[in-house]
Write a protein that binds this ligand. Structure first.
Ligand code: CP3
Length: 344
């Protein structure tokens, strides 16, 4: 049967007159219905681990906007938690974790195969979604890339320059590499279970790939994504994979070929005309409107959206933001972006 889901068609390399669209962090605090469900859950992590409520917030932006894809509601930091790290969120500040900087702390982590004990509610969320989503909507699962997840596990929090992770990779490469391997193995098992539960695409978020210097990008951004991609495609032939080496700059070129991902998600610092010539030549790209337009709106939003659609119109393209939508965004600007993509 010919594929009817527009996201899957783009990922298979089809050029469409109107690119399919979804949005990073589409279930989030800019939506009043999300804030209400999050209050009902109590806190962010309780929401992630409650399959009915996590499915509900995943569906909210689909009902409101009719996006072409839904992304599982969860977080990249659930994998460190499943490996045994303590995890909590400080309101207004972000995540906090117990740190891994010594061999003894690493040795206390659980083996990758034990993560499902903690993560089984996430698979239940995926099963609910695969039953309840409209037939035209693609379900995307996700995980963090090993480097990005390691930056949080080492520092115990988000950091502006990923300094503690860079220090560990230079000072104790054996320990650092062991941590990357553990996260890679856990991520393969985690994404594999999401696919078995009904995820039709998976995305690997390497939010801090851009801070890796040239001589480390291959080893810590390309290789782990390649290992995950290879293992998933072996276990689930044909599963489409989106890679997001955020702020990779010149390293976006060849990333799909080197890792085997089917689509490269671009952040908004990549020029669309440049990316069409140098990245889209290898296949589907996703992106890359600046999130700030969801706050500021107006003609600039319309103009920029049209330019991106135009720049990527000769190849396979999934429209998206260049990073997640922020809590101060206006829900009406999201509608304006969608209308502009779909209506010209
Ligand atoms: O995109 C989606 O709608 C799906 C759900 C999703 C969340 N986080 C929900 C979330 C996804 C795909 C993520 C990925 C994620 N989480 C990344 C990679 C993508 C990126 O943004 O670079 C990272 C680095 C994280 C870690 C994380 N989670 C941080 C740093 C924070 C705090 C910052 C913030 O925005 O508050 C979170 C919290 C988080 N994850 C929220 C949501 C909706 C906000 C929590 C809340 O409701 O208070």
């Amino acid at each position: 049967m010919a594929e009817t889901k527009t996201i899957l068609r783009a990922l298979a390399g089809e050029v469409q007159d109107v690119p399919p669209i979804w949005m990073m962090r589409q279930a989030g605090r800019y939506l009043p219905e999300y804030r209400a469900t999050r209050a009902q859950a109590g806190d962010f992590l309780s929401l992630c681990y409650n399959p009915d409520l996590a499915a509900e917030v995943t569906l909210q932006p689909i009902r409101r906007y009719g996006f072409d894809a839904a992304i599982l509601f969860a977080d990249i930091l659930l994998v460190p938690q499943a490996l045994g790290a303590d995890l909590w969120f400080v309101t207004g500040e972000g995540p906090r974790l117990s740190t891994i900087t010594t061999q003894a702390e690493f040795d206390a982590l659980k083996p990758a195969m034990d993560i499902h004990e903690t993560l089984s509610p996430i698979y239940e969320t995926v099963r609910i979604l695969s039953r309840e989503l409209p037939s035209e909507t693609t379900l995307i699962g996700f995980a963090g890339a090993p480097w990005t997840v390691a930056t949080y596990m080492i520092a115990g929090r988000g950091t502006p320059d990923q300094g503690p992770a860079h220090a560990l990779r230079l000072e104790n490469p054996a320990l650092f590499d062991a941590l990357i391997s553990r996260i890679t193995a856990a991520t393969i098992d985690y994404l594999s279970m999401q696919i078995e539960a009904g995820a039709e695409v998976v995305k690997i978020f390497d939010s801090w790939a851009g801070s890796l210097p040239d001589d480390a990008f291959e080893k810590y951004a390309v290789e782990p994504t390649r290992a995950i991609t290879r293992a998933l495609k072996e276990r689930h032939p044909g599963i489409p994979i989106i890679g997001f080496p955020r702020e990779a700059g010149a390293h976006y070129v060849g990333f799909a070929r080197e890792t085997g991902v089917d689509c490269v998600a671009l952040d908004n610092s990549a020029d669309p005309d440049w990316a069409a010539r140098h990245v889209q030549v290898d296949g589907c790209v996703q992106g890359n409107l600046a999130s700030r337009h969801m706050v500021t709106g107006g003609q600039a939003l319309v103009d920029e959206t049209r330019q991106i659609v135009q720049a990527f119109s000769k190849g396979p393209h999934i429209f998206n933001l260049g990073h997640g939508i922020t809590p101060d965004a206006d829900p009406e600007n999201v509608q304006l972006m969608i209308d502009t993509v779909r209506g010209g």
